[in-house]
Design a protein around this ligand. Structure first.
Ligand code: PAF
Length: 282
């Protein structure tokens, strides 16, 4: 696996693959790789001839400078894991390559998709930061396919809309959330949880299961919403919403047979912010 840091270096490295009509996949990451990322890299390996993993902690998507400063960074470990999972190239540009002096362009997906839920609680700038860097990474790598995790369900929808709205020539694949045996969704932020909080964290998943059961049984959204709230008061819930799986608008009625919804939850546990979601079909 090669580690590259500049756009010309990346383009030169990918030229032979492009000339030979070999397929290229991109797995964008902010590092601190866990099994969720590795499942994306393995899926990319199974799909494409050339697998690029990008590693860039994107300052533009952090609304909290403390969160950015303490974000876990260990490139050596990430490089080893990415290589073992099948990456051919680790693209790890420094911030000044992604945002050079004078950089002044932002790519925004407008509307409720970026303004509700995470957009309301972290600010829509979070998603503007994501769509700007994802556009840049897609332009830099020009992959045939790019892989993202379902764990960030709202981000996945925003990226699909970005690609659709701007006619980008890339296939977006969303891979299922990987969970610990007790249900906690894998996240780079789980590393922040002290042992006592780590024991409490799966309550978020349990709430999603309860909410999904209500909707699958024909219960109404208000009842599902109540069921989603974790009983442990240490989980300070920002939102717990059964929503339309495409628009993310709140569900207003029980699901008709065959109908689908997604349940989304975000909560603070001590100093750590956790998000999770689950799909349900009646
Ligand atoms: O999901 C993430 O890790 C980030 O939001 C992404 C897509 C790599 C953009 O920085």
């Amino acid at each position: 696996m090669r580690i590259l840091r500049t756009v010309p270096g990346l383009r030169t490295a990918l030229k032979p693959a492009r000339r030979a009509d070999r397929t290229i996949a991109l797995v964008p990451t902010m590092g601190a790789l866990h099994d969720g990322h590795l499942s994306l890299i393995r899926a990319a390996r199974a799909r494409a001839d050339e697998v690029v993993v990008s590693l860039f902690v994107n300052p533009a998507q952090f609304n909290d400078p403390e969160d950015l400063a303490k974000y876990p960074r260990d490139e050596e470990r990430d490089a080893q894991l990415a290589e073992q999972a099948g990456a051919d190239i680790l693209f790890a540009p420094p911030p000044e390559i992604v945002y050079p002096p004078g950089f002044g362009t932002e790519v925004r997906v407008g509307g409720p998709l970026t303004e509700t839920l995470e957009g309301e609680h972290r600010g829509p700038e979070h998603f503007h930061g994501v769509t700007t860097v994802v556009t840049k990474l897609l332009n830099m790598v020009q992959p045939h396919t790019a892989f993202f995790g379902q764990k960030d369900a709202q981000q996945a929808l925003v990226i699909r809309k970005l690609v659709r709205d701007l006619d980008m020539d890339v296939q977006i694949e969303i891979a299922p959330t990987v969970r610990e045996p007790d249900g906690l969704a894998l996240s780079s932020r789980n590393a922040y949880l002290p042992a006592e909080e780590r024991k409490v964290a799966p309550a978020l998943f349990e709430g999603l299961q309860r909410g999904a059961e209500v909707l699958a049984g024909g219960g109404d959204p208000a009842e599902a919403r109540r069921a989603m709230f974790p009983s442990d008061p240490r989980l300070d819930v920002a939102y717990a919403e059964p929503v339309d799986p495409d628009s993310l608008e709140p569900l207003t009625a029980a699901l008709a047979p065959g109908g689908s919804a997604r349940l989304l939850v975000a909560a603070r546990l001590g100093r750590t912010r956790l998000i999770d979601n689950m799909g349900v079909t009646r």
